[in-house]
Design a protein around this ligand. Structure first.
Ligand code: ATP
Ligand code: MG
Ligand code: MG
Length: 378
């Protein structure tokens, strides 16, 4: 069987690796030129897009920023999952907000900015600490501007003046004073069955995910219920098939606010490769092909550490028991996700000690990050 994935990055690569044991071949579309490539070797196949679409048993996407023409083309095949609406809700923050509001799912208070005038009296609504997000093409914190006080408004207006606000509006959000960030990732199959993985706790730095711990520490049963109910509401509203990720802010009073959704496998679910009976990549492939979902039973406790913008580390880190390297084979660029490490341990304490060991193999920038996390776990 064959699954065609729109996008040829690391997520397609990991779907490819997880599908092979099932006898499923994953092919990827490089959306820059619509060439069909092997997601692991990146070598092109001698077939064109049309043939690949007709030949595939299912088509899916590894990212949401897909050219509209291509999206329409795969939609016409009747084999595209999750579906176009879900991809658009993930790709466009205005549509995402409309979805969350229509589902009555709590999210950060916001205002849409489609002309400079819309900034009038904004602090009266949202307070002085505001995060402005381009409604399209944002990821890893790109396309965001943070306002710390009303005084920043003038310089921000000058920046916004240069943007095509009518074409690509901004979503201005009140800065949430969350206690931490968590995410719920799960799958919905084409019969409507839902299986969520354990909730992960996520540490971001400069808008980019650096580390996840699963399960999140000190989780209340009420938080788990809230998160799963939010997941179900959104997945059902979208009539979703496949893996869906929901990023959440946990507030001091225990309530959850949705930050954003991702209509695909997600970085904060990479821990499932070693930490769960079925990983998110295999689960997604199962769902889009109409196979039964796999067990989401968690094995031990897991941390996932992103390797960002660097190649200077010792591969010997795999000598630490429970440490697994996933290297994407990409060329080096600043802030680029180059790979990740999953660390599996028997307890949080054991995990803390393994993270401390791990820091000996990584560049010194990682010390504060791993030390802070290790301290929290002990
Ligand atoms: P991703 O790579 O997850 O898709 P993104 O570029 O879409 O990232 P967001 O998830 O919207 O960006 O924001 C990145 C990070 O910025 C969040 O994980 C969070 O740490 C912080 N952030 C975003 N919105 C808010 C908010 N309203 N209040 C406080 N912090 C926020
Ligand atoms: Mg995002
Ligand atoms: Mg995010």
């Amino acid at each position: 069987m064959k699954v065609l994935v729109l996008g040829a990055g690391q997520l397609a690569q990991m779907m490819y690796l997880a599908s092979a044991p099932l006898g499923v071949e994953v092919m990827a579309v490089d959306v820059k030129d619509n060439k069909i490539v092997n997601p692991l070797s990146k070598s092109p196949y001698a077939i064109d897009l049309e043939f690949a679409i007709s030949d595939a048993n299912a088509i899916t996407a590894e990212f949401e920023h897909i050219p509209e023409k291509l999206l329409a083309l795969v939609n016409d095949s009747g084999k595209f999952f999750p579906n176009v609406n879900s991809i658009l809700a993930g790709a466009d923050r205005v549509r995402e907000k409309q979805l969350l509001d229509a589902c009555k799912v709590a999210n950060c208070q916001y205002r849409i900015i489609s002309k400079l005038d819309d900034l009038q009296n904004i602090t009266a609504d949202l307070g002085e600490r505001i995060i402005f997000k381009a409604s399209r093409d944002g990821y890893d914190g790109y396309g965001q501007w943070r306002m710390k006080s009303e005084q920043d408004l003038e310089s921000l207006s000058q920046i916004f003046e240069q943007l095509d606000l009518q074409g690509v509006p901004l979503v201005a959000e009140r800065m949430a004073d969350f206690t931490r960030e968590i995410s719920v990732i799960g799958a919905r199959d084409n019969n409507g069955n839902i299986a969520c993985f354990d909730i992960a706790e996520n540490l971001h730095h400069e808008g980019q995910l650096h580390l996840s711990i699963a399960p999140a520490t000190k989780l209340l049963s009420d938080t788990i219920e809230q998160a799963q109910s939010i997941f179900t509401t959104i997945a059902e509203a979208l009539d979703y098939t496949g893996i869906l990720a929901v990023e959440l802010f946990e507030m001091p009073n225990g309530s959850l606010l949705v930050n954003e959704i991702a209509p695909r496998v997600h970085n904060s679910g990479h821990w499932t490769q070693q930490g769960s009976d079925t990983c998110q990549f295999e689960q997604h492939i199962r769902a889009v092909l109409g196979f039964p979902l796999g067990s989401v039973q968690r094995q031990k406790v897991t941390a996932m550490v992103n390797i960002i913008g660097c190649t200077s580390f010792s591969r010997d880190l795999i000598s630490i028991p429970g440490c697994h390297l996933h290297w994407y084979g990409k060329s080096l660029r600043e802030k680029r996700k180059m790979g990740h490490i999953n660390v599996v341990a028997d307890s949080y304490q054991d995990l803390a000690s393994k993270l401390a060991q791990l820091s000996q193999y990584l560049p010194s920038e990682y010390f504060p990050l791993l030390a802070t996390q290790a301290e929290k776990l002990e």
